[in-house]
Design a protein around this ligand. Structure first.
Ligand code: 6PG
Length: 229
């Protein structure tokens, strides 16, 4: 699955002069990040042109083991991506609200606009995992953040699942401004929620939209039965 995801990611880097990739946290992308940092993949990435964002971040110090971007940096970005191309959420010396506002402004500055027009999607690729409760990024079931349409980034004071640290999250609107979304879902523990996510409209994973394709990648253990095809 990680190899397939790596091939898809690399294939789309040539479609844009300044590709923007929205990374994800959790365990599902770890193998992908490792692969992309190794040969033969690493040298196929035009590092100077690619910009890296994160779909959600835990509100912890930048080097905290829980930090999503810290994991991506350690496995993939540090020593390869130019510093200016790594767009992390600021979590030190700011409040949660300020962090969300600042990341929204950073996205808008990169996009060159404060509106999400359909002609130019914000992201070339958004990576997502599926939470055990059906959450995506840090948009948790039943939380008011699921209904926000006028923000790109929201503060999430209470996580719906562990680790119970405050988060900041991109909204459905920002995630939808994408040329492609790629879910990676692995392990038997995800099988039941993956099946529910296909059917239950109130689950965040069901609400994900993109201007382009939404690809669900499962390993054999997580694949809903019957398969959703
Ligand atoms: C986070 C994530 C979150 C994650 C899912 C799936 O910060 O926790 O971004 O949305 O993708 O919880 O996590 P796993 O891949 O670990 O199952």
């Amino acid at each position: 699955m990680a190899q397939l995801a790596a091939e898809r990611l690399i294939a789309l880097l040539d479609r844009s002069e300044r590709p923007s990739i929205c990374l994800t946290g959790g365990t599902s992308p770890i193998r992908l990040y490792q692969l992309l940092g190794e040969e033969p993949y690493a040298s196929r990435i035009p590092w100077s042109r690619v910009h890296w964002f994160i779909g959600d971040e835990r509100f912890v110090p930048p080097n905290d083991p829980l930090s999503n971007m810290a994991a991506a940096r350690r496995l993939l970005l540090d020593d390869r991506a130019p510093h200016a191309n790594i767009h992390a959420v600021r979590t030190a010396g700011v409040t949660l609200d300020e962090a969300a506002q600042a990341y929204e402004e950073e996205l808008q500055a990169f996009h060159g606009s404060d509106s999400l027009d359909t002609a130019t999607p914000l992201f070339d690729l958004v990576l997502l995992g599926l939470g055990a409760d059906g959450h995506v990024a840090s948009l948790f079931p039943g939380q008011q953040t699921m209904t926000v349409t006028d923000r790109w980034v929201v503060p999430v004071p209470k996580a719906g699942m562990e680790p119970y640290v405050p988060r900041i999250s991109l909204t459905f609107a920002a995630l939808a401004s994408s040329r492609e979304i790629l879910f990676q879902i692995a392990g038997a523990a995800k099988k039941a929620i993956a099946a529910r996510a296909m059917q239950e409209a109130d689950l965040p994973a069901h609400r994900v939209r993109s201007q382009g394709e939404i690809i669900w990648m499962f390993d054999k253990a997580a694949l809903p039965d019957p398969a959703p095809i």
